[in-house]
Design a protein around this ligand. Structure first.
Ligand code: ADP
Length: 267
């Protein structure tokens, strides 16, 4: 088994690859075409994780996934529309990547992952490992999954990125979103919020208290949940970076280990 310091995991934030508040859900074609070109510059093992954006969060909201007390039959009725939207999104991204010559294949969590109270209960990775060994680029995504306590729950792209990074021992995790990383306040609400280039043991508590939910429709927790999960991951020796994927060129620089504006997370 090849596991896998050379593996890079790139999360494409739903706020970047879709127009997050568009109804019906709409891809951000301009960003996707550019991101595919930036990803093409990478050589080495790669997993791409998609956030749900407009395709995931709106349908999830509509079918009660933001409310822990929603009845099971309401949640189960939400599975087909959420799956349909996420299949469409991931298949569109796969097409953008394939057109650039990236050998991308979609592997959807719904078909193998189970959750328990929203946490990962079982997540087989044999096909993901086999795909990487076969020099394919795996595309996976936030999804609705069966939950052994609550009928069904949402598995977020951020949680997937962290889980796969641990499980496959990835060397680098790049979390692309629509802000410059972590700031000392939500920049969408406070335009004079200050950028934080490094989060470590010394400043993590104070910064966690200043991160909050997304300002878009989002059932998975925004920046505060992202950061909590990434801080846990940072106990392992990895490069972990949150960066602004809406700014052309930053992903390519980070893939090449060159400096750019971002937030690094270290233990
Ligand atoms: P994505 O869809 O890209 O995964 P999210 O919308 O889930 O991104 O999370 C990013 C959002 O978190 C930002 O757009 C911002 O509105 C919000 N946020 C809240 N607090 C902060 C903070 N302190 N620093 C940066 N972003 C923050």
């Amino acid at each position: 088994m090849i596991l896998l310091k050379s593996l890079t995991i790139v999360k494409l934030g739903g706020s970047v690859i879709t127009h997050k508040d568009a109804t019906p859900p709409k891809l951000n074609d301009t960003n996707l075409a550019r991101i595919a070109k930036e990803l093409k510059t990478h050589s080495g093992e790669l997993i791409i994780v998609l956030g749900g954006g407009a395709h995931g969060h709106q349908a999830a909201h509509l079918h009660g996934y933001a409310n822990p007390n929603s009845p099971k039959d309401q949640l189960l009725k939400g599975i087909p529309p959420i799956r349909h939207n996420m299949s469409n999104l991931s298949s569109s991204v796969e097409s953008y990547l394939n057109r650039e010559g990236i050998p991308a294949v979609v592997i959807s969590p719904f078909t193998t992952v189970t959750l328990k109270n929203g946490m990962i209960h079982s997540y087989p990775t044999n096909i993901i490992k086999k795909s990487i060994e076969s020099e394919l680029v795996v595309v996976t995504h936030g999804d609705v999954c069966f939950d052994i306590e609550r009928a069904a729950s949402i598995l977020s792209g951020d949680t997937i990125a962290v889980y796969l990074a641990k499980e496959l021992n990835a060397g680098k995790v790049l979390i692309g979103t629509d802000v410059d990383g972590v700031l000392d306040d939500n920049p969408k609400i406070n335009p004079s919020a200050k950028h934080i280039p490094l989060i470590n043991q010394e400043n993590k508590e104070i910064i966690l208290s200043k991160t909050g939910p997304s300002t878009n429709t989002d059932v998975t927790g925004g920046m505060s949940k992202k950061l909590t999960e990434l801080l846990e991951l940072s106990k392992q020796d990895k490069e972990i970076i949150i960066f602004n994927l809406t700014v052309p060129g930053r992903l390519e620089l980070l893939l090449r280990n060159e400096p750019t504006i971002c937030t690094r997370i270290q233990s």
